[in-house]
Write a protein that binds this ligand. Structure first.
Ligand SMILES: Cc1cc2nc3c(=O)[nH]c(=O)nc-3n(C[C@H](O)[C@H](O)[C@H](O)COP(=O)(O)O)c2cc1C
Length: 323
């Protein structure tokens, strides 16, 4: 295998650690002599909760960004073509490597961060995320193509209502409930889904309710509250497949930057999955764009042990090297 192919394999391997809706990891990679192709995996789409594949594409966008971080960290210049097509034989995106250059310091740090990043559903510390850090996260999201709207106090209450309504709508939907039971809970030895070890033992007391996964976990959520948390909506101007892919790249970009600043990120996708609450979020953006995800940003007590990482599919199942 050539030097560049080996770098592409390492990039696809780093992308395995990307966050994804219910840890479905709905991506696969094909390494070719001169490029890396990203494909969506339709069998791992949540048909009931995510019929448009919005969350699938946001997840694939996060994986795309992770792969790019790995290439930047090794100093491989590259270009990206975003097709965004869900057709089984057409790639979602194609990364074409170019010249070798000096590795980017930020990418080197972010490559480390993508190994420690995780979804943290514990309550956050009673101390707000500093303004200058928030500004950096807003910029980080923008650099990757989407925007971050930080919610004011009144809007946090509106978000709480939207989250609750979305939760009720999904809880009343038999197909969505069955889907949740398929992907969440237990030990997940097959390498996908959310194990109990990543979920709170009890629903924490919060203004904005965390997603009710309908199964108790083993994580001590903590006695805190979300009073000091910052809530935000990740959004963009377009509402089609390539835009959601970009949204995922922004999610990854801001999450890695947040991890560097010890800020935990908790996505709330329920209110974007359900059409009428998605409209409510869109109104909250005041015409600035369309919502991709709501996020909780908060500080975690470094003295507390973080929950274990969620499992991942083996590389052999998601990366294929073409001769
Ligand atoms: C598009 C998207 C939507 C998500 N929605 C939620 C959510 O509503 N509630 C939640 O607790 N976690 C949510 N997550 C976090 C995933 O469950 C998490 O990324 C996955 O289980 C892998 O775990 P890790 O992030 O700790 O690696 C979401 C992640 C993505 C990328």
């Amino acid at each position: 295998m050539s030097e560049v192919e080996q770098a592409l394999v390492r990039a696809a391997d780093a992308a395995r650690l990307a966050p994804s809706i219910h840890n479905t990891q709905p991506w696969r990679w094909v390494v070719r002599a001169d490029r890396l192709e990203l494909f969506a995996v339709a069998e791992r789409q949540l048909r009931a909760q995510d019929p448009d594949a919005r969350m699938l594409l946001i997840s694939c966008g996060a994986a795309l960004h992770h792969a790019r971080v790995a290439l930047d960290a090794e100093g491989w210049a590259h270009t990206v073509e975003r097709v965004g097509s869900l057709a089984p034989d057409a790639p979602l995106a194609v990364i074409t490597p170019g010249e070798r250059r000096t590795a980017e310091a930020e990418a080197t740090r972010h490559l480390q961060m993508l190994q420690v990043r995780r979804t943290d559903r514990r309550t956050v510390r009673d101390e707000a995320v500093p303004e200058d850090v928030l500004d950096q996260l807003v910029k980080a999201a923008e650099q990757a193509g989407a925007r971050l709207h930080v919610l004011g106090r009144d809007q946090v209450l509106e978000l709480a209502v939207a989250v609750e309504r979305a939760q009720a709508a999904e809880a009343a939907d038999d197909r969505a409930r069955a889907e949740l039971a398929t992907w969440v809970g237990g030990e997940r030895p097959e390498g996908t889904g959310i194990p109990s070890s990543a979920l709170p033992a009890e629903m924490p007391l919060t203004t904005v309710a965390e997603r009710d996964f309908q199964t108790a976990g083993t994580v001590e959520a903590g006695a805190g509250h979300d009073r000091s948390a910052t809530y935000a909506v990740l959004y963009g101007t377009g509402d089609a497949e390539p835009d959601w892919l970009r949204g995922g790249e922004s999610l990854s970009r801001l999450w890695l930057a947040a991890t560097e600043h010890a800020v935990t990120v908790l996505p709330f996708s329920g209110p974007v999955e359900v059409p009428f609450t998605r409209d409510a979020l869109r109104r909250m953006l005041g015409g600035a764009g369309v919502p991709y995800l709501a996020l909780r940003l908060g500080l975690q007590d470094p003295a507390r042990t973080a929950p274990p990482h969620t499992p991942r599919l083996p590389a052999t199942q998601v990366i294929r090297v073409e001769d």
